[in-house]
Design a protein around this ligand. Structure first.
Ligand code: SAH
Ligand code: SF4
Ligand code: F3S
Length: 480
């Protein structure tokens, strides 16, 4: 029989919408209960992360807390004593994957009764998901949300000592916590949060609910974290936020993304990146800073979502096709040779074929270097999910394929143009497909495979491109 369930808090969609709350900055160290330290001795943990970079950064913090308690990282779920599924809610297929994984873990839990299974992240910021897990997946012991990952030690302690199933999913963000323990996933590439949450409320999107109000970290705290990474030899830092361009507005102390980016670039980290830029907040001073520093990668992810003014309006994106094109033109004028990537949603409710073709037009106009394309997925509680949709799933799939075909034309042109040229590549590790090769990324995020010694991992080297394969390139190392 499953343990008794204790509810500390449950998410409420109406509260999650709240943007008035105030917050402060908390620099207190995380305390690990003695009982948890005793429990953790010789035990292993595994975190399975889904979704975006914000979730991966959360995984690093959770790992930091668990290792501070004494747990050791396991190689897989089925060799561990604590398993956390750190989930994403952005589209239905992301949620389906997680339910599949929770189901898979049932037999492992049956054979290993003392294993603790937890579900965290954006998915469980929704009440109906929690109800489904509690009802159908009795082997899940702990459910916690995005706003209380820093309470992980005390929540685990509670589950272990009291033998309860615990649900603690807060609707509101609370303070910004600094001085967080963290075990980074890479020793040469790092993500640094600059802001949390999102205030844009695009009508299709769940993120403003699951991640809460937009909150910026203080510039000093961010710069100190980047400085530490530089001193540790990190080659690449990516500044993270759902909308980095809005950074600092809430601080009201003169901080802005342009200033922050300028300061971070001055630290001299070889590669500086940032994710994600909302076109609406992208201002000229930011473009000037990107143009000015050689170590800010000339690669901008600029989600367009649609090429139709009517659909953009219904999506609540706050820009028109003309404004987006003007921004792209300005970026290209000030940063010649820049690469632009994007996100596109196909099949927003009632999107007509003509409106879809306007998106194809946009793709032709911008000539994106890469793109993430999605079929619209209704998200419970968002305004768009209430719209009655007259476009069939089959029609959406057809449009999706048509769009990908168009994108591949421009991506092929940009990949082919690299053949014969030499580029700086940050070496990631052995290639996933062919372990006798190494893989790495160029400044503009193109994936390159080449032969080389494993000792090159984490270094930036010169690679000459010999072949172009649309989504990857084959090259050879050149010595200067
Ligand atoms: N803050 C970022 C990332 C948001 S999620 C941004 O604004 O770009 C990443 C992408 O998922 C979005 O850009 C959008 O293209 C897609 N997405 C979000 N909600 C979606 C939904 N309900 N259906 C399909 N795609 C969605
Ligand atoms: Fe979602 Fe829009 Fe915010 Fe991006 S900007 S996270 S798409 S609401
Ligand atoms: Fe997914 Fe949450 Fe990120 S919904 S995309 S993990 S912010």
């Amino acid at each position: 029989m499953a343990n008794k369930c204790e509810f500390l808090s449950l998410p409420d969609n109406n509260l999650e919408r709240n943007r008035i709350i105030s917050f402060s900055f908390n620099y207190d160290e995380i305390i690990i209960p003695e009982a948890l330290k005793k429990f953790a001795k010789g035990k292993k943990y595994y975190i399975h992360t889904y979704g975006c970079q914000a979730n991966y950064r959360d995984e690093e913090v959770m790992s930091g807390i668990l290792e501070k308690a004494g747990f050791i990282k396991a190689d897989s779920e089925i060799t561990s004593d604590v398993i956390i599924l750190n989930t994403c809610a952005v589209r239905e297929n992301a949620e389906d994957k997680v339910f599949g994984k929770i189901g898979e873990l049932k037999s492992y839990k049956q054979a290993n009764k003392n294993v603790i299974i937890a579900v965290s992240g954006c998915m469980v910021q929704q009440k109906h998901i929690i109800e489904r897990i509690l009802d159908k997946y009795k082997h899940v012991d702990l459910i916690f949300g995005t706003h209380n990952i820093t309470d992980l030690a005390s929540m685990l302690n509670e589950v272990i000592l009291k033998h309860v199933r615990l649900v603690d999913v807060k609707s509101l963000p609370g303070d910004i916590k600094e001085n967080l323990p963290s075990v980074r996933l890479s020793s040469f590439k790092a993500f640094v949060n600059i802001s949390y949450g999102c205030d844009k409320f695009c009508t299709y999107c769940i993120v403003p609910y699951t991640r809460g109000k937009e909150r910026s970290r203080k510039m000093n705290d961010i710069i100190n974290e980047c400085k530490e990474l530089k001193d540790l030899g990190y080659q690449e830092v990516t500044l993270l936020g759902q909308n980095v361009n809005a950074y600092g507005k809430d601080l009201k102390d003169g901080s802005s993304f342009a200033k922050l980016l300028d300061e971070v670039a001055k630290l001299g980290i070889p590669r500086v990146r940032f994710l994600t830029s909302h076109p609406w907040d992208f201002k000229e001073d930011m473009i000037d800073v990107i143009a000015k520093h050689n170590n800010i990668m000339k690669y901008i992810h600029l989600p367009v979502q649609s090429g139709s003014d009517e659909i953009l309006h219904l999506m609540g994106r706050r820009y028109t096709v003309a404004q987006y094109k003007n921004l792209v033109d300005l970026i290209k004028t000030k940063i010649p040779n820049v690469a632009i990537s994007t996100d596109i949603i196909v099949g927003f409710p009632n999107e007509s074929y003509e409106q879809f073709l306007e998106t194809v037009e946009m793709v032709k106009y911008v000539k994106y270097d890469s793109a993430f394309t999605f079929i619209y997925s209704p998200r419970n509680g968002t305004p768009a999910a209430k719209i009655k949709d007259n476009v069939s799933p089959k029609e959406k799939s057809l449009r999706f394929r048509e769009l990908v075909k168009e994108l591949e034309k421009t991506i092929k042109i940009s990949s082919d143009s690299m053949v014969g040229e030499t580029f700086d590549v940050l070496v990631e590790g052995p290639s996933e497909k062919d372990p006798s090769m190494l893989s790495g990324y160029t400044e503009k995020n193109k994936l390159v495979h080449f032969k080389g010694d494993i000792s090159l991992v984490g270094k930036i080297i010169k690679v000459k491109i010999n072949e172009s394969h649309l989504y990857s390139l084959i090259g050879e190392i050149v010595n200067e």
